[in-house]
Each structure stands twice: as C-alpha cells, then as structure tokens.
Design a protein around this ligand. Structure first.
Ligand code: PEP
Length: 243
C-alpha cells in the first residue's frame, strides 16, 4: 500500500494560494497518496484545481448530523458534494478547543462513513499522560470509544506535545505506539484492523521524514505546519519509502 501523506492546513491559507500549490502537487511523482485538507472555504477551489491529478482533498472536521440547525457546522454530506474524499476527525485541537469527547468523535466518524467520506481519526496523548506512563492506555481508550463498529479509514497517531512544537517522540516510542495501535485495531476490527493505515503526526518536516516514515507500522504522515509550503510537503512525501 502506498504511504499516505496528508496535509492539515488548519486555519491557514487564502484563495490566492490555491492554484500555485495545486500546480506544484500536480507535478509531483506519485509514489505516495497525497491528501490536502484546507479550511472549508477553500475546498471547492482545491477540488477543482486537483481534479484528475490523483491528489485527494479532505476536510478538517464535520458534524455528526447530515443536516439541521447547527450554526457554523458543516455536514459530511455537503463535504462529499463539494469534492472532499477524506475528513480529519478527533484532531487534538478540536478535542481541546471544542471539547470533543471520544463519543462526539464517534458520531462524526459514523456520519463521515455514511456520507461516503474516508475518516482520518486522530489519537494521541498529552505530555503529562506520557510522563505518567499512560500514553498507550490513553490511545487505546481513544480508539475503543472514537471508532464505531463499522469503522474503515485511517488512524493518525499524533502525540499532543509534538504538534507544532518541533519535538518528536523517539523512534522507539513511535515504534512502540504504532505496534500498540496495530494490536488494538486488530482486536477491535478482526476483518480490517491489520491493514488500516496508521499515520504518524507531530512536527514532521523534510529533515525527519525519512526516519519517521521508515519505522514499522508507520503508513504515512499527517503534516501540519510543513504542509503549508508545497516544497516542504513534497519533500516529506519524497522521503516516504516506495512500496
Ligand atoms: C497536526 O496538527 O496534525 C500536525 C501534525 O501539526 P504539525 O505538523 O505542525 O506538528
């Protein structure tokens, strides 16, 4: 399976940046699956600019309902209609900024699947939890409660303390956590858990991508800050192993 390199633009970007970025990605070698996840208003422009390129477009959140009185929210159904194929769910910034519990994430994952979107579900421990030796238990609990029985899609392991900080876990810690996630997925989803891609996220840069992406059970990367620059994003993808 190709490695997946997904860019999470968060609350960044502007309309005048779409065409150049899309052109740069269109010209890239395709030994990875690239996914761009811009803010909602840029999704239609990205979907149009990347149509037929093999580069996919994803959203950063969706609501658990298909429609209704939810001011400011966006449904998975609408995201699918405007060209998104993927949706990031349960990102630690949503869990922290919007109080999203595992149960809320679970509802969003079900809505995404019902709408035909592929969820990228984020899990990860805080620094305090890691220091207390609770990291694997925290992540296992997130998986158990965030993923519904019908889950298919991707999981992203993103230690909260590594996001946007320039810090990354040791290679041994990434390897141990990805092994723990794989075991949990196989136990929870006997039919699909062995092949669910597990991305690593948290301060992935061109300079550390080869080491991180080469670790066992790392199926790609979820990239925040470095995805805003097309050259850096492509340099990360270039460092993914070919399969
Ligand atoms: C993220 O927010 O998903 C992320 C991994 O951010 P960064 O790469 O900037 O650490």
């Amino acid at each position: 399976m190709k490695q997946v390199i997904a860019g999470n633009w968060k609350m960044n970007g502007a309309p005048d940046g779409v065409a150049g970025y899309a052109t740069a990605l269109r010209g890239a070698a395709a030994h990875t699956l690239l996914i761009v996840c811009p803010p909602f208003p840029l999704l239609p422009a990205f979907a149009a600019a990347l149509a037929g390129s093999g580069v996919a477009v994803g959203a950063q959140d969706c609501h658990a309902s298909a429609a209704g009185a939810h001011t400011g929210d966006v449904s998975a159904v609408l995201l699918k209609q405007i060209g998104a194929l993927y949706v990031i769910l349960g990102h630690s910034e949503r869990r922290a900024d919007h109080g999203e519990s595992n149960a809320v994430v679970n509802g969003k994952v079900r809505a995404a699947l019902a709408a035909g979107l592929v969820p990228i579900v984020c899990v990860g421990e805080t620094e305090q939890q890691r220091d207390a030796g609770e990291a694997e238990d925290v992540v296992r609990t997130q998986l158990t409660h965030s993923l519904p029985a019908e889950f298919t899609g991707l999981v992203a392991y993103e230690p909260v303390w590594a996001i946007g900080t320039g810090r990354t876990p040791s290679e041994a810690d990434v390897t141990a956590m990805h092994a723990a996630i794989r075991a949990a997925l196989v136990a929870q989803f006997p039919a699909t858990g062995a092949t669910t891609p597990i991305l690593y996220g948290g301060s992935v840069k061109p300079g550390n991508a080869a080491a991180l992406l080469g670790l066992p059970e790392v199926g790609g990367a979820l990239v925040g800050g470095a995805s805003l620059n097309a050259a850096d994003f492509l340099a990360i993808a270039a460092n993914a192993p070919s399969v």
